[in-house]
Design a protein around this ligand. Structure first.
Ligand code: NAD
Ligand code: UD1
Length: 338
């Protein structure tokens, strides 16, 4: 079994490459390194003791991509590559539509030409229409996305559904991630955001490391038990294993299926800060700030379908997530440049 991983040097990509190699599958990774370092995969190879061919290329370069498909006989593809900063996508929509959509079309064309018809896609809970009752099942309404980033996920889901419908024998899984956090327990790979982190957990770990002074909590007047937003945080190792389970499912099925990858349990920002302090014995100074535009009060998954159909559940606790995030940050205070 040989899997092509796009966006393989990134945060979730690198953790997934590790799990695929641990499973005994062969992995080939590509990435244009616009938001990551090849050091992540060097470490994955070191941790697993297995080779991991990596090609620095932009997915929109169809010639270069075609050469990779010519060189290896892939049994499946996992498509992580894309730009993912929500705020940046509002400021630079064409960058996001251009990169994320063209990359996917280019990848699908290469797959059709090579006769490879099995693909997992990194979608997001952001495709769900705001205001749906919680927990969110896969059949909840989608659309009404609050950012161009969200719309690219929504559109790519449709591109893949249409491509699968036009190519009998294709099998597609649209994986809607909730909030991945944490790092591999070795502390050798983890999330390495460039610049000021947009997301909560990397911001907390950088405050803990003294790289930032204080966390700003975006809003304390939401309609939630403590007034701060509630999200479904899941450990990146559980998420990575979800990809192994989904690829095994695709080996046996054709057509398109959608799966939520989340725990089904929501935690507030205040609970996250408390849990991080408790798990690691460090203090996180914070102050209350205004709401962040585009945020919703609460969102968490109904993961029942992933459990029953894929046999996958998120097993790691909030304490594991907090401990492993800090372990990675402490060992690599400047990320992969340390
Ligand atoms: P990441 O930025 O670490 O990884 C994405 C990788 O894609 C990067 O290494 C980047 O260099 C690469 N890339 C971007 N455009 C490319 C192109 N044109 N050609 C080749 N490579 C390209 O992000 P991540 O957190 O690992 O996310 C992986 C995927 O999961 C993304 O599609 C993201 O939108 C999705 N997702 C992430 C989250 C999250 O919270 N991290 C949540 C939901 C969905
Ligand atoms: C965000 C994106 C989502 C994307 C995901 C991963 C939005 C509206 N959603 O999810 O589309 O898939 O990132 O990239 O941007 N918070 C603070 N202080 C901070 C940072 C965050 O209080 O410094 C709060 C936020 O208001 C939110 C929670 O922490 O309530 C989680 O934020 P974040 O990690 O950015 O994830 P989401 O907003 O859920």
């Amino acid at each position: 079994m040989t899997v092509l991983v796009t966006g393989g040097t990134g945060y979730i990509g690198s953790h997934t490459c590790l799990e695929l190699l641990e499973k005994g599958w062969d992995v080939v990774a590509v990435d244009n390194l616009s938001n990551s370092s090849p050091e992540s995969l060097r470490r994955v190879s070191e941790l697993t003791g297995r080779p991991l061919p990596f090609f620095p290329l932009d997915l929109r370069d169809e010639t270069a991509l075609g050469q990779i498909f010519g060189r290896y006989a892939f049994d499946g593809v996992i498509h992580f590559a894309g730009l993912k900063a929500v705020g940046e996508s509002v400021a630079q929509p064409l960058e996001y539509y251009g990169n994320n959509l063209q990359s996917t079309v280019s990848l699908c064309r290469a797959m059709v030409r090579a006769g490879v018809g099995r693909v997992l896609f990194s979608s997001s809970a952001t495709v769900y229409a705001p205001g749906s009752p919680l927990p969110l099942g896969e059949d909840a309404p989608t659309g009404g996305c609050t950012s161009p980033y969200g719309w690219t996920k929504w559109m790519i889901e449709q591109i893949l559904r249409d491509t699968a419908a036009a190519n009998p024998g294709w099998s597609v899984a649209l994986l809607r991630y909730f909030n991945p956090v944490g790092a591999h327990p070795s502390g050798r790979i983890g999330e390495d955001p460039r610049g000021i982190p947009n997301n909560l957990m990397p911001y907390i770990t950088q405050v803990a490391a003294g790289r930032r002074e204080c966390l700003t909590i975006f809003g304390g007047d939401y309609d939630t038990p403590d007034g701060t937003c509630v999200r479904d945080y899941l450990h990146v190792v559980d998420l990575a294993r979800g990809h192994v389970a989904a690829m095994e499912y695709l080996l046996e099925h054709t057509g398109t299926e959608t799966f939520n990858l989340g725990t089904g349990r929501g935690y507030s920002v205040r609970e996250m800060v408390d849990a991080f302090e408790r798990a690691n014995g460090v203090r996180i100074p914070w102050r209350m700030g205004p709401r962040r535009p585009g945020d919703v009060a609460a969102i968490y998954a109904n993961p029942a379908k992933s459990r029953s159909v894929l046999g996958w559940t998120a097993e790691r606790t909030l304490e594991d997530m907090c401990r492993d995030s800090w372990n990675w940050q402490r060992q690599n205070p400047q990320g992969y440049e340390t």
